[in-house]
Design a binder for this molecule. Structure first.
Ligand SMILES: [Zn+2]
Length: 416
């Protein structure tokens, strides 16, 4: 690689911070996600100035309505597609998302301003995942300034609605064929590891039916809440069986150190219950909901089957219930021995003073949907740190040194 590039990155930190401050100032929280055009309009000329063909891609309203049945969402579903053809024989897809989760309470710093304190940059969306975009723009403009041609044609997808799903801009890009390329780099997520796989997700719901009655004569009704206790116990028994399993994918080092889990595991959760109107009314209906994270070695069909059997054996003869589910992002896993993974890992370690390893993630990503269609080797490596960056929480931040490290990571990766 041209040795001038990494040496110059430190001197460009103020440029990166200026862009990042602009990006976090644009309020792209979802729900409602009603401000996506502002950030796409801001980024388009920046990529165009760097020689990219740029396009604002909005999900057509009828597709959006059909795929995202969420009344909290409004505004144009705008996304950015930018393509740079340098005549290379390989094309790299680079992706992250432009939306953020809502601010929430408890912030020490103004969430949309971008404050530098204690060697960190604080703002909603800093770690997840606008810092990566600022780093990418810095690297691209520096290589242009130095006359260094990227080693790949660059197919860049900066999309929206990742934080809400289930049909994000990236899913739409995959469906309309905008993600062609040989390798896929997802800049979303943390920089503690190189993530090669994720769990998939399905959400489930059980409606338990009883018969409402005056509680004084509750024996004449059927108490849906009391009936659902047996079902929940059946699910909890299944939960311990499911969560004893382990994926081949290792956990990230920081998760392994904190929890003792050396490998990614599947998860079954009961997370919501809705029931009852008053203490003295026998409830006629109880709804329990939850999710199931499916590791790459499992299938959605088996996971559903298992839940159905657990419910059936836990329910007594006169319990009436309905089990329904919705399948979300699938699990994904790239072969750890693929050369693309090796290269990302080598570069990540070259610029880092701590050991970066391959890992799987417990959560689920829209990238998995895209890769299910494009079948590229994929890995995720971002700017922040799992235990420090407070993504989705108050005082979200990135270390300034991590911002520089990540810019160097991209610089090496794109030009080598
Ligand atoms: Zn993210």
């Amino acid at each position: 690689m041209d040795s001038r590039l990494p040496d110059r990155i430190d001197s460009k930190t103020s440029d990166t911070l200026r862009i990042l401050t602009d990006l976090v100032g644009m309020q792209t929280a979802v729900p409602p996600g009603d401000n996506y055009e502002e950030i796409v309009d801001y980024l388009m000329p920046k990529f165009a100035d760097l020689g990219f063909e740029v396009e604002k891609v909005c999900i057509p309203e009828e597709i959006f309505k059909q795929k995202m049945k969420n009344p909290e969402l409004h505004g144009k579903r705008a996304n950015l597609h930018a393509y740079l053809d340098v005549g290379a024989d390989r094309t790299l897809v680079i992706y992250t998302h432009l939306d953020v989760v809502p601010v929430g309470d408890g912030w020490t710093f103004p969430p949309y301003e971008g404050t530098i304190a204690d060697g960190r940059f604080y703002a909603r969306g800093s770690a997840d995942s606008k810092a990566a975009i600022a780093a990418l723009l810095t690297v691209l403009s520096l290589s242009k300034e130095l006359g260094i041609t990227p080693a790949y044609n660059l197919n860049i997808a900066l999309t929206t609605d990742e934080e809400i799903g289930p049909y994000s801009g990236l899913c739409y890009f995959a469906d309309i064929g905008l993600l062609s390329g040989d390798y896929f780099l997802c800049m979303d997520g943390e920089g503690d590891s190189v993530i090669i796989g994720t769990n998939g997700i399905l959400t489930w719901r059980v409606d338990v039916f009883g018969r409402t009655y005056h509680s004084g004569s509750s024996f004449l009704g059927v108490n849906a809440l009391e009936k659902s206790v047996a079902l929940m116990n059946g699910l909890l028994a299944l939960k311990s069986k499911v969560e004893d399993r382990r994926s081949e994918m290792p956990s990230s080092l920081v998760i392994a150190e904190k929890t003792g889990f050396l490998n990614v595991k599947p998860v079954l959760n009961i997370t919501m219950i809705e029931c009852g109107v008053k203490e003295n009314v026998v409830p006629g209906r109880c709804t329990i909901r939850g999710d199931r994270r499916v590791m790459p070695e499992e299938t959605f069909d088996d996971a559903i089957d298992e839940i159905e059997r657990a419910l059936a054996s836990a329910a007594d003869a006169d319990t009436r219930y309905d089990f329904t589910y919705e399948i979300g992002y699938p699990p994904m896993c790239t072969d750890a021995s693929h050369s693309w993974i090796g290269q990302v890992l080598a570069v990540a370690n070259e610029v880092s003073d701590r050991k970066i390893d391959i890992a799987g993630a417990q959560g689920s990503l829209d990238v998995a949907y895209a890769i299910g269609i494009t079948e590229q080797p994929v890995c995720c490596h971002g700017v922040g740190r799992v235990l420090e960056s407070r993504a989705h929480a108050e005082d979200e931040n990135v270390r300034l040194e991590d911002l520089v490290r990540y810019t160097k990571f991209l610089g090496l990766l794109l030009t080598e």
